[in-house]
Design a protein around this ligand. Structure first.
Ligand SMILES: Nc1nc2c(ncn2[C@@H]2O[C@H](COP(=O)(O)OP(=O)(O)O[C@H]3O[C@H](CO)[C@@H](O)[C@H](O)[C@@H]3O)[C@@H](O)[C@H]2O)c(=O)[nH]1
Ligand SMILES: [Mg+2]
Length: 194
């Protein structure tokens, strides 16, 4: 909240069911110095963390596959999305969160991860800031089945595939999740695999 061009911010909660949809009314100072009232809806579903797991020995990556309702109602065929492992912070630090999500969703227990990017995913309408990680895994780190937390209805399929195959799926449009594309391209740019 450090912008002299913004004043009199008022918040109205439009929906507070699972996540929170706020409507903000505020005054915005235009380039000519005059003030105008603006209204913006802002969906607050919390910040999150995501990770691309990769294995330099095998050249493989680990991804997840799950049903995503918002994509199902917007032209994504059967609604299934291939994504990097991800989750909401829910009070944890980004690194604590991603270690927990990696174990819950993929079954791998990692000790070390590297944060490589921080991004706002949809800055015109969604508050979410996403911390993006990469992490090296090996077979012996697989200590659980994965698939998502027992108390959540996640039904996550764990996919292990070659990095090449993941890049092909990105090129064909089968992988079309933004955080997943960003991390695959990060790996490609930095030549970390193949
Ligand atoms: N009952 C109910 N459950 C919900 C609702 N919305 C989400 N959930 C559940 O809330 C849990 C959230 O799981 P996480 O693993 O923490 O998050 P995610 O859904 O994988 O990912 C979210 O964060 C990512 C980045 O951190 C985002 O990329 C992604 O779009 C999403 O916001 C899931 O079990 C999901 O089914 C809802 O409206 N109602
Ligand atoms: Mg998740």
């Amino acid at each position: 909240m450090e912008n002299g061009r913004i004043k009199n911010i008022k918040r109205q909660i439009l929906s507070d069911n699972w996540y929170t949809l706020n409507k903000y009314t505020f005054e915005y100072q235009k380039f000519d110095g005059s003030w105008e009232v603006q209204k913006r809806e802002s969906y607050d579903c919390g910040d999150g963390a995501a990770i691309l797991l990769y294995n330099r020995e095998t050249g493989n990556v680990v991804l997840t596959k799950q049903f995503r309702m918002p994509t199902y109602v917007n032209e994504n065929g059967d609604g299934m999305m291939v994504e990097v492992c991800a989750g909401l912070l829910e009070g944890l630090s980004p690194t604590e969160c991603i270690l927990k999500e990696t174990l819950e969703e993929t079954g791998y227990r990692l000790q070390e991860v590297e944060q490589v990017l921080v991004t706002y995913m949809c800055p015109g309408s969604v508050t979410q800031k996403l911390y993006l990680y990469i992490g090296e895994y090996h077979d012996e780190m697989k200590v659980e089945e994965g698939g998502g937390a027992d108390d959540e209805t996640e039904n996550i399929e764990v996919l292990e595939m070659s990095f090449e195959k993941a890049l092909e799926m990105m090129a064909s449009g089968e992988i079309c999740d933004a955080k997943t594309v960003m991390l695959l391209q990060y790996m490609q740019i930095h030549k970390l695999l193949g």
